[in-house]
Design a protein around this ligand. Structure first.
Ligand code: GRF
Length: 219
């Protein structure tokens, strides 16, 4: 089987990008990262990509009159790379239907909450304010609604009495770095497919998310 092609979209630090780069470099994920695209020229993730000899592109959304034209500019860069998977890794722009339809079934995102709880921003503070006993992160295929679409893996993290949004975010992020490469590997190995709104793992419907907790994956 030919190596899978990946394209990663970032806006910031790119620690999830780094986790994917590491998994590719150590052979865990059999794929090439064809490009890293950032809407933010100062994103530290661009340095991570350059260090790994990955082509980088900066497309500043502020130079486009609307979401659709920005998304079309990204499509023009991404399409020739023929990605098997487009990976949103801390990409802080809302995507238009033009983009989502174009890459439907091969577009994944990581979100720092146990979706459907806490879509959008400030998820860690919300978990603390609501006295949740557990919080975490979700990796999902992208559908048209923000932070929606079938979830593949959720990492669960206990919320501690002394947690601040920052301490909780740091523990969640550590687990993000584990579950995102796992899902990408399942996809590139052909074990995981998303078609016509149906998620399948190893040929069986995945009707609820896999849970990653205390270093173990359960269904
Ligand atoms: C992560 O918390 C991710 O879940 C969210 O944005 C953050 C990105 O962090 N979508 P990084 O840029 O990968 O370090």
């Amino acid at each position: 089987m030919a190596k899978a092609s990946l394209v990663v979209l970032i806006s910031g630090g790119g620690s999830n990008l780094q986790a994917v780069i590491d998994a590719v470099e150590n052979g865990e994920i059999d794929a090439d990262i064809k490009a890293v695209i950032s809407n933010n020229a100062t994103a530290y993730g661009l340095e991570r990509a350059a260090r790994a000899n990955i082509d980088t592109y900066i497309i500043d959304h502020k130079h486009y009159p609307d979401r659709e034209s920005f998304d079309r500019a990204m499509i023009q860069i991404i399409d020739p790379l023929k990605p098997d998977l487009v990976i949103l890794a801390g990409f802080m722009r809302i995507l238009s239907d033009v983009f989502i339809d174009h890459y439907l079934h091969r577009l994944v995102n990581i979100h720092p909450s146990l979706l459907p709880k806490y879509k959008g921003l400030n998820t860690h503070q919300q978990a603390i304010d609501n006295h949740d006993s557990k919080h975490g992160a979700s990796v999902h295929y992208v559908s048209h609604e923000l932070d929606s679409g079938p979830i593949v893996i959720q990492a669960e993290v206990s919320v501690l009495e002394a947690d601040t949004a920052a301490t909780l975010a740091a523990r969640v992020l550590k687990q993000e770095h584990v579950i995102y490469p796992m899902v990408i590997k399942m996809h590139t190995d052909g074990r995981l497919t998303y078609n016509k709104d149906q998620l399948n793992l190893d040929g069986q419907p995945l009707t609820h998310p896999l849970i990653w907790k205390d270093g173990q994956l359960t269904y």
